[in-house]
Design a protein around this ligand. Structure first.
Ligand SMILES: [Zn+2]
Length: 141
């Protein structure tokens, strides 16, 4: 997916109080006319609550833009391993960087084979990223 943040920088009215940004065009919405949708996205991990994992909250300035955003996310592959890797990452973080395999399964609700697949997926992702961008740095999130 291209990362074009090319939306026009609209004037920020009223110090941005209550303003929302359209996720598609970047327009600032200040008159409460924004529209919302919830779409599946395996890269979304809630910081605490697992029931919000895999769901992205979209904001749009118009019905047309909301429809286009929803369409874009429909085309994004929902990768279970990506979602699982995110859950594992959160569990590790909540345990201060150290977690046993048993705790990990309890926290994430995943079984050992799912955890293995997620770890493998993440390793492959890191490899792909390095091949693409070079250097030894991991992608920042
Ligand atoms: Zn828009």
């Amino acid at each position: 997916m291209s990362d074009d943040e090319g939306g026009p920088d609209e004037e920020l009215g009223e110090d941005g109080v209550g303003a929302e940004l359209c996720d598609l065009c970047g327009a600032v919405i200040t008159d409460d006319s924004e529209l919302y949708a919830l779409v599946p996205d395996s890269s979304v991990i809630h910081s605490e609550d697992a029931k919000f994992d895999g769901k992205r909250f979209l904001t749009a300035c118009s019905r047309e833009h909301l429809a286009e955003l929803v369409e874009q996310y429909k085309q994004r592959p929902f990768v279970e391993e990506e979602l699982w890797a995110g859950k594992i990452g959160r569990a590790i973080e909540q345990h201060g960087g150290r977690v046993s395999a048993e705790e990990l399964m309890a926290e994430t609700g995943l079984d050992q084979s799912q955890i293995d697949r997620a770890v493998q997926w993440q390793n492959e992702e890191a490899l792909r990223w390095r091949q693409r961008f070079g250097g030894g740095d991991e992608p920042e999130d």
